[in-house]
Ligand binder design. Structure first.
Ligand code: SF4
Length: 253
């Protein structure tokens, strides 16, 4: 399928959905092997729950590879939405991805069709062996921003996942081939995600807590305020009590 895309490949623009993690770095390598860099937009969504270094990494990578960086942020961010909803996201209602990543990206695409041309390829870096859900993802689909009629102009966007069938080791290899250092979080967690991702094993949340306690204070207070915990069976507060001496109730945000 990816060969088909390359053959069809008369895209006016390529958007690489970049998380700063290794899989989207691998996807970026694939894109750079197949498309001219002047067509590439490196799009990163700051959920408000990211590592502080990520903004800088976006601009560094874009500068080093001579591609255009785009940093997107929802006006409320994770904490604002947590306050608004009074509950954490979960698998049944993963509002974090929907609002803080998908929707801000689609909004940017719709507002920037004049830059993106009539045909756009949207790239993400999921891999099948990461989870049963990702194992079932299609390699190529039509993206939701595609215009169905020509009333507002012509715009077709295809969504390609070029690294679905690759293994993680290959992603690190490709990142190295681009001359990029892996995100520093791989020293202590397996996946580069939000610092308190609802899917991360508890032990990785603890690793992040130890290193970035300041970032967790508002999250702990939100748990206490809304009486709704990070995971159904685990609260950040109980994890905090295993590693930090400050009483979460006394924390000043
Ligand atoms: S990394 Fe986790 S917490 Fe962050 S947006 Fe994705 S699912 Fe939500």
């Amino acid at each position: 399928m990816t060969d088909q895309i390359t053959m069809l490949g008369n895209y006016d623009s390529i958007i690489v959905n970049f998380s700063t993690g290794i899989d989207s770095t691998g996807a970026l390598y694939w894109v750079l092997r197949h498309f001219p860099r002047e067509k590439i937009y490196l799009v990163y969504c700051d959920t408000g729950l990211e590592y502080d270094i990520n903004d800088r990494l976006l601009y560094q990578v874009a500068h080093q590879l001579k591609i255009k960086p785009v940093l997107l942020r929802h006006e409320k961010g994770f904490l604002g939405l947590l306050e608004h909803r009074g509950m954490w996201p979960d698998t049944a209602n993963r509002w974090c991805t929907a609002y803080l990543k998908r929707d801000v990206t689609e909004k940017w695409i719709r507002a920037n069709r004049h830059l993106l041309g009539e045909t756009c390829l949207f790239i993400t870096g999921e891999r099948r062996d990461e989870s049963p859900r990702r194992a079932k993802l299609p390699e190529l689909t039509v993206h939701r921003t595609t215009l169905k009629t020509e009333k507002k102009g012509r715009f077709t966007c295809h969504w390609l996942r070029p690294v679905l069938d690759y293994e993680k080791g290959k992603m690190f290899e490709w990142g190295k081939a681009l001359g990029l250092a892996a995100h520093p979080c791989y020293e202590f967690v397996e996946r580069c995600s939000c610092i308190a991702c609802i899917y991360m094993p508890d032990r990785f949340a603890v690793e992040n807590m130890k290193r970035y306690p300041e970032r967790f204070k508002a999250l702990l207070q939100a748990e206490m305020k809304y009486g709704h915990t990070w995971k159904q069976r685990t609260s950040l507060t109980e994890l905090w009590n295993t590693v930090c001496e400050d009483n979460p109730a006394d924390l000043v945000v």
